[in-house]
Design a protein. Structure first.
Length: 206
């Protein structure tokens, strides 16, 4: 009973934000959003398992970072290409620790807001919440939202990572479907960016 109350309180920490009106031009389902989770070693070190859900795929690079491919299934794009809502229905991530699974699915990248935000469906046990702000984007940089950090802290018993950079994300909803070699190039490019950031941080004086 106590565990249910804790999970219910944690779910209440998610603040659902109404989505902006859809842009005008539909996006055809094309190749995936590529995500490099440079926080993977931190999560694994805290005993958190990371797995793909649905049509998403997850591999690990030489540095131990999870590299996720989440197929774009649709969405809307402004005629001038300035803003988009990019849907990823049927794929996601599962974070697990101590017998608790937190499923993050059906990602929607929304760039029509003041802050680029990735919404999603959150499932913990029998509880399902939709349109939850999970991550924010700044360029390619992927950050955990405040509400998601607080909730994962309650669900999984890990430190509150609100505002922490989790990695990088790259999506191109208007491009033609890439060949597998192109996926490899995108992953290599994001990996190179992650390596540059890591080296720069290590070079900073303590």
């Amino acid at each position: 009973m106590m565990k249910k109350l804790v999970l219910s309180s944690a779910l209440a920490a998610f603040t659902a934000v109404p989505l902006a009106a859809s842009a005008a031009t539909p996006i055809a389902p094309v190749g995936p959003t590529v995500t490099v989770l440079t926080a993977t070693p931190t999560l694994l070190g805290a005993g958190v398992g990371v797995a793909a859900l649905g049509s998403g795929t997850l591999t690990f690079d030489a540095s131990g970072n999870a590299v996720g491919l989440f197929p774009i299934t649709g969405g809307y794009l402004d005629p001038d290409l300035s803003n988009a809502q990019v849907e990823h229905v049927g794929s996601g991530l599962r974070l697990s620790r101590n017998g608790v699974d937190v499923d993050l699915e059906n990602f929607l990248i929304d760039t029509t807001l003041a802050q680029d935000t990735i919404f999603g469906q959150v499932t913990v046990g029998a509880t399902v919440l939709n349109d939850v702000p999970l991550f924010t984007l700044s360029g390619l940089n992927l950050f955990l939202s405040d509400s998601a950090g607080a909730a994962l802290n309650s669900f999984l018993g890990i430190p509150n990572l609100a505002g922490a950079q989790l990695g990088f994300a790259l999506t191109s909803p208007v491009a033609a479907v890439p060949e597998p070699e192109s996926y490899a190039m995108m992953i290599a490019g994001l990996g190179a960016i992650a390596l540059m950031v890591r080296r720069r941080r290590q070079a900073l004086p303590i």
